[in-house]
Design a protein around this ligand. Structure first.
Ligand code: KG4
Ligand code: ZN
Length: 356
């Protein structure tokens, strides 16, 4: 339940292909509306920026109205507006920023710029609004330093969270992101876009050991990641598979299970090393679209257990909070980190905004 003393935030995220608006109060999500464009981009097999911009422009007003309505809030009750300024697709970011500026000006509310990646990272701190699903807030006196994993369609990073607002990037992908890799592999076997969730379902009925994917970057002691070799391996495997086998439903399930296992094995290999190198870590935080994957969560927990560490894996309370959404932007604002309050003529989109 929200504490009525906590400030009410209207948060907006249009960084990629989802138009999202949310109302948060403290850590509590009072509403979180997402207008997905997945259907529009399906035929391109990825996100087409100008199509995304147009769809954001069409959806943003109704999305914000729905978020306010679901939270039973009128604009005058808000304390502030928070908007994602990057990283993301420039034309898509622009729509959310301009809308937020206009809204803030019209209702004379302060406007805060938020980094989308900080949103994903802090999404584990979000709490549900209802009494029935009440969950205890992680104890912020005992969880730091934490190891954060941002595993999404655009990013794959290991982050040392020393405190809220104090982040150090330990490792990052050198090429594709983990979700992007799953999407590209899924496209090769016509699973549509995005493919991560479909691969997870098919993988449940497949053999993860049917095809042995390579383990990248074992020669390096750092915590960087690389997924493009896995994508190439998948393509080569399919190229040398007979047309008859490619039509075989069980082969596709085995292929999905093996590809997913390959992507996760690489993540887990580097994760285990990051844990070993940082014995001071008190908790692991998992955010981003791929964090919705139950197999990944299970494997992370078992890796933590194997290292004899009794530390929790924190995950967002709902899958909706894993994918792109605005509630995580409100939560990041509540963390009251190094966000800068901008006046409206200073707010610039930052498609390549860095983090940490
Ligand atoms: O966080 P997100 O919505 O967007 C970015 O900021 O990138 O992540 C989208 C990614 C896609 O690559 C999608 O395939 C993947 O998350 N994804 C999953 C699952 N659900 C979504 N990957 C694996 N298992 C899932 N269940
Ligand atoms: Zn994202």
């Amino acid at each position: 339940m929200p504490n009525n003393q906590d400030p009410l935030i209207l948060a907006i995220d249009t960084s990629c292909d989802d138009t999202s608006a949310a109302v948060t109060q403290g850590w509590v999500v009072r509403s979180n509306v997402v207008a997905s464009q997945a259907q529009l981009h399906k035929k391109y097999g990825g996100v087409f920026p100008t199509v995304a911009k147009l769809a954001h422009a069409q959806n943003i007003t109704a999305t914000v109205s729905a978020a306010l309505q679901q939270a039973r809030i009128n604009p005058e009750q808000l304390s502030a507006v928070a908007v994602t300024i990057g990283p993301g697709l420039a034309p898509a970011l622009e729509v959310g920023i301009r809308f937020a500026e206009q809204f803030a000006q019209q209702h004379t509310k302060p406007l805060t710029a938020i980094n989308h990646l900080e949103g994903h990272l802090l999404s584990v701190l979000a709490r549900p609004n209802s009494r029935t699903t009440a969950q205890a807030q992680p104890n912020l006196d005992t969880v730091f330093p934490a190891l954060g994993l941002i595993i999404s369609g655009g990013h794959s990073q290991f982050v040392l969270i020393k405190q809220l607002g104090t982040y150090q990037i330990l490792g990052t992908t050198l090429d594709d992101a983990a979700g992007e890799c799953l999407d590209k592999i899924g496209r090769m076997v016509n699973l549509g876009y995005p493919a991560g969730a479909t691969i997870e379902i098919l993988a449940q009925q497949g053999n993860p050991e049917a095809i042995e994917f390579p383990l990248p970057l074992t020669h390096r002691k750092d915590f960087d990641l690389s997924f493009s070799g896995l994508k190439t391996f998948a393509r080569n495997t399919l190229a040398t598979t007979s047309p008859k086998k490619l039509q075989d439903a069980q082969f596709i399930k085995d292929f999905c299970a093996s590809a997913q296992a390959g992507v996760f094995r690489h993540l887990l290999y580097k994760f285990e090393r990051a844990l070993a190198a940082h014995p001071e870590i008190h908790s692991v935080w998992l955010g981003g679209g791929v964090a919705a994957n139950m197999q990944l969560r299970k494997k992370l927990r078992s890796t933590i257990r194997q290292t004899n560490k009794k530390i929790p894996l924190l995950t967002p309370y709902s899958k909706k909070l894993c994918a792109d959404n605005a509630a995580m932007i409100g939560v990041a604002m509540n963390a009251n980190t190094q966000n800068t309050v901008y006046t409206s003529d200073q707010l610039q989109r930052q498609p390549r905004l860095k983090f940490g």
